[in-house]
Design a protein around this ligand. Structure first.
Ligand code: ZN
Ligand code: ZN
Length: 136
């Protein structure tokens, strides 16, 4: 390989590395600014299987179940009062698929200190799960 060709090859490698670095920077920045996806710990009310649902933020539950195909996958909620995980009863609609309430009181203790269940949250100690509501 002549000296000129070698320099050319090194230059090409440098361009690729720079492009990769720029791409990675762009990627991390864009995901930090626009978190459009989240992972929810969810359960299918139709077949009872636990689902790690990777969803768009705009995508409202219930979601389609990868196991049984029903649109019955609902995210777990958490009650800070009795430390249970639960799924609120779906809201039925005439002639339309059921939807899930965004906020719900705990079906066990009636407490309103409830929120989305986040497995990584150290404040959410799970003492148990409440029975799942009936799927319409
Ligand atoms: Zn299912
Ligand atoms: Zn409760």
């Amino acid at each position: 390989m002549s000296k000129e060709k070698k320099n050319l090859a090194l230059g090409a490698v440098a361009v690729v590395v720079l492009a990769a670095a720029a791409f990675m920077l762009f990627q991390s920045r864009s995901t930090a600014e626009l978190p459009s996806q989240f992972v929810a710990d969810a359960v299918c009310l139709a077949c009872g299987s636990e689902v790690q649902a990777n969803r768009e933020l705009t995508d409202r539950p219930p979601w389609k179940c990868p196991g049984c195909g029903e649109r019955a996958v609902c995210p777990w909620m958490y009650c800070y009062d009795c430390q249970r995980r639960f799924v609120p009863a779906p809201i039925k609609h005439e002639g339309e698929p059921p939807t899930m309430p965004a906020i719900a009181a705990c079906p066990q203790c009636g407490g309103t200190s409830t929120g989305s269940y986040v497995a990584e949250d150290p404040d959410q100690v799970v003492q148990g799960d409440l029975p799942l509501p009936k799927w319409p």
